[in-house]
Design a protein around this ligand. Structure first.
Ligand code: SF4
Ligand code: SF4
Length: 348
């Protein structure tokens, strides 16, 4: 983990500059070594990927555009041979989070040392259930081992459960378990891609037993997490996001407008860009700087802001925290966590 004063200054400047896409997710690869039941990535794997140099050029573009935070995922991004070089380059400019399903973090531990955050996906403390969800026997043990070892090694590792009907009743205890061991938790929410002829990257698969059917229980989880945030560090979700989720699950109301291609964007393994993974590609990363201020993008932003076709939690968060004021709100909401993080970063 690194936070040079140059990076800190540059991040502050970018987060206070209006009308920028603050968040980007780069799906570096469409290869994966797991078979999660709620995911389509492994069902349609694709070997074609950008080269290391092309990715660095793309990261330069995102830097010029004003992005402050980047999530490197896939597929499993750790399957790339050059992942260390990519992380090292990315973390010079951006708050960089890297995802792993828990299977490769130990093998690639040296590649992860300069990431700001490493997110290990793990859905439950129930070994059998986790292995069922991931479709791979032994996945629970590997993820738990990776979390423990990375934490001991001083790498800023967090655990990332996908909340679904299968683990809804466990999320509060799950959060308590990890945060009491100094491991933060940040959340995904089960959702699936609507049918479409053309989309950037097919991910979420419809699975009846994953779909959240108990809205009241989900709202109770949101209340409990809000309460927990007051008592302890490591619950990485803002009150604003929890309030929005509660409103949606209790009343079916969306209190946010989608910020796709406005406050956030997605890049796929071939360098195609879209507002979100569910929408069609609209340009390439190498042409993004010119496209960003085009009339076409303006029209797309208007269209996306009215869209209500998904409930992927990252997009909700990016939409709710979409301007300069919201960046300050996130800092205030997560102040306890931010203080601890900063002191850890300075020590490293
Ligand atoms: S959810 Fe992630 S780890 Fe699981 S199959 Fe999909 S890309 Fe791989
Ligand atoms: S709501 Fe936004 S993120 Fe979701 S599908 Fe529509 S444009 Fe994409």
């Amino acid at each position: 983990m690194r936070l040079s004063s140059r990076k800190a200054l540059s991040l502050t400047k970018r987060s206070l500059t209006p009308n920028k896409p603050y968040h980007a997710q780069w799906l570096l690869t469409r290869r994966c070594n797991y078979c999660c039941r709620d995911c389509n990535v492994w069902r349609q794997q694709d070997e074609s990927e950008l080269s290391t140099e092309e990715i660095k050029m793309g990261l330069d573009v995102l830097h010029k555009l004003g992005v402050i935070e980047i999530v490197l995922s896939g597929g499993n991004p750790l399957l790339r041979e050059d992942i260390k070089e990519i992380i090292d380059y990315s973390s010079k400019y951006f708050i960089t989070t890297v995802y792993d399903n828990g299977s490769m973090a130990l093998e690639k531990i040296d590649a992860l040392r300069n990431a700001d955050f490493v997110a290990i996906s793990l859905d439950t403390l129930n070994e059998k259930k986790n292995d069922y969800i991931k479709g791979v026997p032994g996945s629970w043990k590997k993820a738990m081992n990776a979390i423990e070892t990375l934490h001991e090694e001083g790498i800023f590792v967090g655990v990332s459960p996908t909340i679904s009907q299968l683990n809804l009743g466990e999320i509060v205890d799950f959060t308590r378990y990890f945060t009491s061991r100094g491991v933060p938790v940040w959340y995904c929410l089960y959702w699936y891609d609507y049918p479409s002829e053309s989309r950037l990257f097919e991910i979420g698969k419809k699975q009846d037993d994953f779909e959240i059917t108990d809205g009241k229980a989900m709202a109770d989880v949101c209340d409990a997490l809000m309460k927990m945030k007051k008592e302890r560090q490591g619950v990485f979700i803002t009150d604003k996001t929890l309030t929005a989720l509660k409103q949606f699950f209790l009343k079916g109301q969306r209190i946010w407008k989608c910020g796709a291609l406005q406050s956030f964007l997605m890049v796929d393994h071939q360098g195609q860009v879209s507002g979100c993974h569910v929408r069609e590609p609209v340009t390439s990363i190498f042409e993004l700087l010119d496209a960003w201020s085009s009339q076409e993008f303006g029209n797309l932003r208007k269209e996306f802001s009215k869209c209500d076709r998904c409930m992927y939690l990252c997009y909700i968060f990016y939409s709710l925290h979409a301007n300069v004021l919201s960046n300050l709100e996130v800092l205030r909401d997560q102040w306890k966590n931010a203080r601890t993080l900063l002191s850890k970063m300075r020590k490293n």
